[in-house]
Design a protein around this ligand. Sequence first.
Ligand SMILES: NC(=O)C1=CN([C@@H]2O[C@H](COP(=O)(O)OP(=O)(O)OC[C@H]3O[C@@H](n4cnc5c(N)ncnc54)[C@H](OP(=O)(O)O)[C@@H]3O)[C@@H](O)[C@H]2O)C=CC1
Ligand SMILES: O=C(O)CCC(=O)C(=O)O
Ligand SMILES: [Mg+2]
Length: 432
Amino acid sequence: MSTIQVPAGGEPITRTNGVLNVPNNPIITYIEGDGIGVDITPVMHRVVDAAVGKAYGGSRQIHWMEVLAGEKANNEVGAWLPDETVDAIRQYLISIKGPMTTPVGGGIRSLNVALRQVLDLYVCLRPVRWFNGVPSPVKRPNEVDMAIFRENTEDIYAGIEFEAGSAENEKFKELLKEHFPSAYANIRFTDECGIGIKPISREGTERLVRAAIRYAIDNKKKSVTIVHKGNIMKYTEGAFRTWAYELAEREFGAETYTWSEWERTVAAKGQAAANEEQDAAVAAGRILIKDSIADITLQQVLTRPTDFDVIATMNLNGDYLSDALAAQVGGIGIAPGGNINEQTGHAVFEATHGTAPKYAGKDMVNPGSLILSAEMMLRHLGWTEAADLIIKGMDQAIASREVTYDFARLMDDATKVSCSQFGEAMIRHMGD
Ligand SMILES: NC(=O)C1=CN([C@@H]2O[C@H](COP(=O)(O)OP(=O)(O)OC[C@H]3O[C@@H](n4cnc5c(N)ncnc54)[C@H](OP(=O)(O)O)[C@@H]3O)[C@@H](O)[C@H]2O)C=CC1
Ligand SMILES: O=C(O)CCC(=O)C(=O)O
Ligand SMILES: [Mg+2]
């Protein structure tokens, strides 16, 4: 028997010729989420409903439809990610989710990753911007304004792993030994050795980088930085870099200037000529496509954030970078995101953070990350007036220094409020 109750007054969002048709009463599916999902999801609903109500005077309203996943689904129907949940998310196109728990070192594989893979949500877009007044460990957090495009379906997240001591692991090592003896010889300790495989494809790279460059063009950004560890992982991360440059030159030759063009000009005409060419291209408004190795990137996003606008990278680098960058603009409590397939129109919005289990059910954490994910969702639907109200509510609530514990502990003169009180403050301040 289905656990899904389709809201009587709502209509599905559909898509024709690549364009979303959003009715005034759209059904949006949501997963409450494990851990702090019970705290932040209802607050997000209240804030979004208030913004939509205020922006459109009652002529538009979201009809929320719960679909089960994670611990709640396992408790209620004995499945972590029920088929009907995936089917509903597929059918209704646009969803928002709370975080879901993934055990470490064994147990079920990530449901968050599974959802991205099963719907082929290849772009994980995580914008990082600072709100005036938010406490930050860096001197000039206002200089941080980046958008991370994280490839969401490949890399070590593909889950090709062989547990040490398992029959599969032994079989895989036999295969290596027989067919790739020099690779096998590189394994330092063969006896108890887990093995993971990292697939990175040209197709996966190109669709992600294409989305990142289009975003840079649409949002008038100056550069796209390809972040990789291609010096060490030559045929995965190094290939990502090569394919990214090739794509930029092939599909966006008029709008971009790449560091690989710069290198070719250096070889042909020398460095001064290449610099001149690059400067002229940038002055003419072409987007600079450059690359940076992952380790130094983690330093430079801190020391010279203005060098970075849009970042295009693979799954694991993007995961690390999103949490690290969130710290610069107030922390993971206000770090939003969206998982998107631009070809099918499916999108699942979600916070960057996880289930923060020690705070679960305490009405304590910052709901900002999920609310800002909903703000991205509203913009994606074209409901910009409601999205703008959410930004206004967030700005003003922070300016009035009514903040949750994570900000309050870093601010001298703040009033610490609960998760739900922060939501109420946001709603109050939408009217300011
Ligand atoms: N997309 C998803 O659903 C994700 C799921 N996860 C899963 O979540 C579980 C827990 O992961 P963990 O590594 O602890 O990371 P979490 O992001 O869940 O929490 C780590 C810390 O981040 C801070 N934090 C997180 N959310 C908030 C918030 N809303 N407001 C304020 N502070 C916040 C807290 O810091 P402090 O204690 O300093 O206040 C918290 O202890 C794991 O099972 C993991 O796999 C993780 C990431 C994403
Ligand atoms: O799926 C998980 O449990 C963690 C995922 C994660 O950290 C992320 O997507 O940022
Ligand atoms: Mg993460």
